[in-house]
Design a binder for this molecule. Structure first.
Ligand code: N01
Length: 546
């Protein structure tokens, strides 16, 4: 840490500010920030665009939305009372239950009194003279605080495709990430779903149950594997509860904070029989085991990756009756696990139903949306409802939607053109007193585990500053460069970083995001925490504190 009074502004007196900390977003990160920052005795204000808490789990209320992490590994771990009082009903709970859970947490800690709902932040500007942040909401109101903490989530800026005629469609159309609160019935309806990522897959398998006719428009297929969900009975929940300490300890030790542990063996170090038996057990097992608990080399060694890809391809062939449809559903442009693996429940069997049709947009692209449906290069289709499961402007997109200006008029969007840089995903050089939870180059994965870590790191830093009458924290250029170098180094050798996906910053629907950038830290969470702990333990030498 370097202390500088000459560089720092003459910080405005706290009493002249509306709040000590303004938090943007009341998802899992924002909610936990309230809890932790209150412990420091700070005046916290959260601005949330929605009308309720939950973030991702508030907005993504599309049919079929549910956890892909085991419910009990995803919930907050910080409160013994919450762990004692909350029972999960399924190994992978559905959105309504998750939203109830987050409201239960909000009630328990009376979080809503510090949240202003229906409050979308339009701009955040650092005031060089007063050393504080000016936050302006869409309603034009101005709010001033010493610190701003973004709790925006890495996947919270939904993106629509750019087809011609999208405004012409006369029926209802929805993006999965902006799903309405009123129930939507598909009975007797002709429905189109565009997009087959994790959201599309979950929605398709649910909508296919009731729609009169469902047409799925798929561009690139994904490697989907079974979720193998199931109910949790009372006795099982008690066992899970008794095992929470070990469970969270395991999540602390695994690379991406999931319960699944990478197998130390290499794919070719076992016999063919052993390999097949292992993969069969993973395919029949719960959740991300086949992705996160597989042989150590399947995501780095092309030959190993080809083998597991062939195994999963055969499973798809075995589940889809029509061989041509099966081939359309098998990815040919990337190997298993190199993009985010959607988890499914009878997804492939959906294509055996007479009311479901698959259209490959690689063969017959959509040309335009019409007033009654859409046209591909091959045919015209009529629909009652169109669903866009077309994903998000990931990681930096939610920042880009706010006009964020740091010291000396720097615009965050411009600073991050060509790819974001940060210090441990929490601070950006030139943006003093702005902290990010789950920002670019922080550890992703089973996100709540990293959210809790990030929030506690921010709490510790602000607590450190408050205890020493320090009012301004900035990351030094050297610190940002060192962390970015580490992120770059950790990206090497991973097959996923050679593939276009949101994890490599590509979104064809967003101007300027057509080529791969380093948006994600792909090292392990334990290494991430080791780095961050060291910074805090050694007194924040990487920061300028004044
Ligand atoms: O978004 P996606 P998502 N024309 O970007 C297609 C998390 N998540 O919302 O692959 C035609 O993965 C696009 O096609 P292509 C999870 O981390 C978690 O599904 O670009 N098609 C793709 O098929 C996940 O990874 C959970 O060729 C277009 C789809 O739309 C992340 O969110 C549940 C198109 C977008 O897939 C994002 O998932 C759900 C166009 N112009 C999501 N534009 C759980 O944990 C896009 N597509 C439970």
């Amino acid at each position: 840490m370097s202390l500088s009074s000459e560089n720092g502004p003459h910080a405005i007196d706290a009493a002249q500010l509306d709040h000590d900390v303004i938090v943007i977003g009341a998802g899992m990160s924002g909610m936990y920030l309230i809890y932790r920052l209150r412990e420091l005795g700070l005046r916290v204000r959260v601005f949330e665009a929605g009308t309720g808490v939950g973030g991702t789990w508030y907005w993504n209320r599309y049919p079929g939305a549910r956890f892909d992490s085991e419910s009990y590994s995803y919930g907050y771990s910080f409160s013994q009372e919450v762990l004692d009082e909350w029972d999960w009903s399924e190994h992978f709970s559905s959105q309504p239950e998750i939203e109830r859970y987050l409201n239960f947490v909000a009630d328990k800690f009376d979080l809503r009194r510090d949240i202003q709902f229906s409050a979308r932040v339009q701009s955040a500007t650092y005031d060089d003279d007063d050393g504080c942040w000016n936050i302006v909401l869409e309603d034009g109101s101005l709010h001033r605080s010493r610190f701003v903490v973004t709790a925006l989530g890495p996947l919270s800026a939904p993106t629509m495709p750019r087809f011609e005629g999208m405004a012409d469609f006369q029926g209802p159309s929805f993006h999965t990430g902006l799903w309405p609160k009123e129930p939507i019935s598909f009975e007797g309806k002709r429905v189109a779903v565009i997009g087959t990522g994790a959201s599309g897959v979950q929605a398709i398998q649910e909508i296919a149950k009731t729609a009169e006719h469902l047409t799925v428009f798929q561009r690139r297929p994904n490697w989907c594997t079974p979720l193998n969900n199931g109910p949790i009975g009372g006795a099982e929940m008690e066992e899970i509860r008794a095992g929470y300490p070990e469970l969270f300890q395991r999540c602390r030790e695994t690379a991406a904070c999931f319960v699944h542990t990478i197998d130390p063996r290499g794919t070719f170090e076992v016999t063919d029989e052993e390999r097949t038996a292992f993969w069969e057990s993973l395919y029949a097992g719960r959740g991300f085991g086949i992705w996160q608990g597989n042989f150590r080399d399947i995501l780095t060694d092309a030959a190993a990756n080809k083998m597991i890809s062939d195994f999963v391809a055969d499973k798809i062939r075995g589940r889809v009756n029509d061989p041509e449809t099966a081939e359309l559903l098998i990815p040919k442009d990337h190997g298993f696990g190199t993009r985010r693996v959607p988890q499914e429940t009878h997804y492939f069997e959906v294509y055996n139903q007479p009311n479901v049709e698959l259209i490959s947009m690689l063969e017959t692209p959509i040309e335009r949306i019409t007033s009654t449906g859409l046209s591909t290069t091959d045919a015209d289709y009529e629909f009652d409802i169109i669903i866009y499961a077309t994903g998000f402007d990931a990681v930096t997109g939610s920042f880009d939607r706010i006009d964020i200006t740091g010291a000396e008029g720097r615009k965050l969007k411009e600073e991050w053109q060509g790819g974001p840089t940060s210090f441990v995903g929490v601070m950006v050089q030139g943006f003093p007193n702005m902290f990010m939870v789950m920002g670019p180059h922080a550890a992703l994965g089973n996100n709540p585990r990293s959210i809790e870590y990030n929030v506690e790191w921010v709490q510790r830093l602000i607590g450190y500053m408050s205890g020493r009458d320090l009012t301004v924290a900035s990351a030094t250029p050297e610190a940002v460069e060192a962390w970015t170098g580490f992120v770059r180094q950790k990206a090497e050798g991973l097959l996923s970083n050679e593939i276009d996906s949101w994890m490599t910053g590509v979104n064809m629907n967003v101007e300027g995001k057509q080529t791969r950038t380093l948006v994600r830290y792909s090292g392990s969470a334990p290494e991430y925490r080791e780095w961050c702990d060291k910074v805090a333990d050694q007194g924040y030498q990487e920061l300028t504190l004044s």
